[in-house]
Design a protein around this ligand. Sequence first.
Ligand SMILES: Nc1ncnc2c1ncn2[C@@H]1O[C@H](COP(=O)(O)OP(=O)(O)OP(=O)(O)O)[C@@H](O)[C@H]1O
Ligand SMILES: [Mg+2]
Length: 364
Amino acid sequence: MTVRAGTLPQRASIPALVLDSMEVGILVLDPRGRIGYLNRKAEEILEVASAEFIGRDVDEAFVSNDDRWHSSDPIDTLGARATQREASLKIGGREVTIEATAAALRGGEEELLGTLVTFTDYSEGEADEEFQRNVQRLASLGELSAVVAHEIRNPLTGIRTTVQYVGSKLAEGDPKKEDLQDVIKEIDRIEQIITELLLFARPQAAKTELVNINEVVEKSLDNLELQFEELKIAVKRDLAEGPPLIAVDPDQMLQVFLNLLINSVDAMPEGGSLRAATSTRRYRSGRRVVEVAFSDTGVGIPQDNLDKIFDPFFTTRPSGTGLGLTISLQIVREHGGRITVRNRSQGGATFRITLPVPEPEGGD
Ligand SMILES: Nc1ncnc2c1ncn2[C@@H]1O[C@H](COP(=O)(O)OP(=O)(O)OP(=O)(O)O)[C@@H](O)[C@H]1O
Ligand SMILES: [Mg+2]
């Protein structure tokens, strides 16, 4: 396509032109929350035609898990920076995730005309960048870990055998025998860490089959039912109806979901709620994915740690190994998927996994 130079329109039409050329979605609401305007990018991100939406109530048109995405903080009006909120919007059966910033639209000092919401599509670009950063760090760490783990394992087996032998020579009731038992227990813990490490460094080949992801999610939740009950964690299942089948190893996916769920449980020692959701989305590139999201109301992840939680051995728990997320990232990557994390505006964390839906044979 060749692009030819045109003429800039009259000054009065320039604002509309600018709004429609912007790379962020713009949504304007009146003070009662009715939609007054959507720019072209907004239509593109939400996949809607604005003519059908003008005048409608925003909460009814775009159903969200967190309505605050379009309400501006009173603080904004004092000139402070508006906070960005991530929200999932349900629009006629589809789910679109956006990052939105709302600001008051003011006529004068004391006149509120409505709200201006600017938003971007959270789905592809940004999540991808974040994921790639984590993957790159992993690749180099993985090779080194494999070598180290392997080298430690052999002498460790020797040590264990020797300790056991020495123990067997001691008389029954000798207090040293107990000490040696403790040594063996610690050796077994090292052995366990190494096994997990090797699993991450040299993952097992996935045995893929066509799977309804809801079944795997259900199974992971059922597995932890007792813990949920004991810790007073309310579970909400929000599963898509009849999601497209995807090619995954159900056992490996179960492992990933359990890792994430156990992390959520650990983050909610005083109880809380956990939402497991599945949905389907189509990116503008035409690629389709199934998304699994786990949201908790736990302690959340401090900003400084967000970049590190997928690293091997990064843990903030006294008895954690710090391999749960590393292994999960590895498995998801082997499946051609993505895993990302966000703190929720209302506290807690959301982990999202997207997995590709196989293209139908011979196109549509
Ligand atoms: N849902 C969550 N809420 C808050 N923090 C989390 C959550 N999930 C993970 N984290 C943080 O990420 C860290 C790393 O998690 P990861 O699962 O890799 O290791 P771990 O849970 O500490 O140990 P393990 O190897 O037993 O899984 C955790 O220690 C915790 O600080
Ligand atoms: Mg964990």
